[in-house]
Design a protein around this ligand. Structure first.
Ligand SMILES: Cc1cc2nc3c(=O)[nH]c(=O)nc-3n(C[C@H](O)[C@H](O)[C@H](O)COP(=O)(O)OP(=O)(O)OC[C@H]3O[C@@H](n4cnc5c(N)ncnc54)[C@H](O)[C@@H]3O)c2cc1C
Length: 352
């Protein structure tokens, strides 16, 4: 149902100081690519529904872009009550300045309790800019949001490398909260909603932007961050020594894979710290995770659950990681990896 009910102009916005009692709604920012919603948005929709139920408000999606009216499509299955759509040719690609401008005007006029943003490249740029503009509260990479009987909102986030949890109280509305959506499973709402669509008219002045995206370059799949990669090779203590890395690197280039590692592998400096996978590192969700010489401590497996196909190479058939494996090759990774590379070379084109 299209419902052109949401007209926002800069003049209509309300100063934040008057927002103490704002709405109980929970908003989420919808990222999209190539005319499609990213899965992360469905997870945010789910999270927004859960929080809106706790607060007694509505779950609302904000979609910004050039032609995005069709995007709310299946958000109703994830409990979204309403989608506010802002279309403008100047919003075709993400620009921090323009998107913050649009979101700030929407938030100021409707005063939600919480605005959820995925902790993605765009989200990590958008959230702090918007918080500064609105003088709102910000919590990054939260793990849980709680609402007390009086409707006060607190969030939890891991600190000190995952060894402690901080509880953060939102002193100003809205609470802008980023979350690592890879930590969330995907499940449809118990009760589907017929998402209302509202078009917001916001004046965009293309001249105000001081930066502009002029081109996108496709990343080398081996160089992308493990949390974004389609294929990941994880290496652990079983690698034995740094000399054995060359064979793993070769396999990575045949597969177009990004290399990550367990904490033992990063402690040995075989893999850079920012490529650590696990509780104190990155969460991954590739279509293939090739797990070599990693035992399967829960600190590691916690962050690999969303990997679609888990293939394990380990000398120990009883290593804990075996319980998670879709496929296991019991053997010495120093022998298995070169053999895999040889056989795969015949069926896939190497990336170099
Ligand atoms: C607070 C805290 C946070 C932590 N955070 C993380 C984290 O974020 N990520 C993380 O990974 N760990 C983390 N850890 C460490 C974690 O508990 C484990 O110690 C670590 O994951 C083990 O790494 P590993 O599997 O590489 O090594 P090991 O446990 O030593 O396992 C090596 C595996 O390699 C196999 N192997 C040996 N030789 C070969 C061979 N030639 N070929 C094939 N297989 C072979 C062995 O059978 C074994 O299964 C954390 C620990 C703590 C206390």
């Amino acid at each position: 149902m299209a419902e052109n009910e949401h007209e926002v102009t800069p003049e209509a916005s309300t100063p934040l100081s008057e927002q103490e009692n704002g709405s109980r709604d929970v908003w989420f920012f919808v990222a999209h690519r190539d005319g499609k919603l990213e899965e992360a948005c469905l997870k945010l929709a789910m999270e927004a529904r859960k929080l809106a139920d706790k607060l007694g408000g509505e779950a609302l999606a904000v979609i910004i872009g050039k032609q995005v009216k069709h995007l709310p499509g299946n958000l109703g299955d994830y409990g979204t009550d309403k989608a506010v759509v802002v279309e403008d040719q100047h919003l075709e690609v993400y620009s921090g300045e323009a998107y913050v401008d649009v979101l700030a005007q929407l938030v100021e006029s409707s005063r939600p309790s919480i605005l959820l943003i995925a902790a993605s490249t765009i989200g990590n740029d958008l959230a702090p800019r918007l918080t500064a503009r609105l003088k709102a509260s910000l919590v990054t990479r939260y793990t849980e949001i709680e609402v007390d009987k009086e409707g006060k909102v607190t969030a939890r986030r891991a600190v000190h490398g995952g060894n402690a949890q901080a509880t953060v109280r939102a002193l100003r509305k809205p609470l802008i909260a980023t979350i690592d959506t890879q930590l969330l499973g995907l499940q449809k709402a118990k009760e589907a909603k017929n998402t209302r669509i509202a078009e917001a008219k916001i004046r965009i002045d293309p001249k105000t932007g001081i930066t502009r995206v002029i081109d996108y370059l496709k990343a080398d799949p081996c160089a992308v961050c493990v949390s974004e990669a389609e294929i990941v090779i994880g290496i652990g203590k079983g690698l034995g020594s740094v000399e054995n890395l060359a064979a793993v690197d070769e396999l990575a280039h045949v597969l177009g894979a990004s290399i990550g590692g367990s904490r033992r592998a990063t402690d040995e400096h075989w893999v850079a710290d920012e490529r650590r996978i696990g509780m104190t590192g990155k969460t991954i969700s590739p279509s293939l995770y090739l797990i070599c010489g990693i035992s399967g401590a829960f600190h590691h497996t916690l962050s690999i659950k969303e990997s679609q196909l888990k293939v394990v190479v380990n000398t120990d058939p009883n290593a804990p990681i075996a319980k998670m494996a879709d496929l296991m090759i019991v053997g010495d990774m120093q022998k298995v990896i070169p053999e895999l590379t040889k056989q795969l070379r015949e069926i896939v084109r190497p990336t170099r």
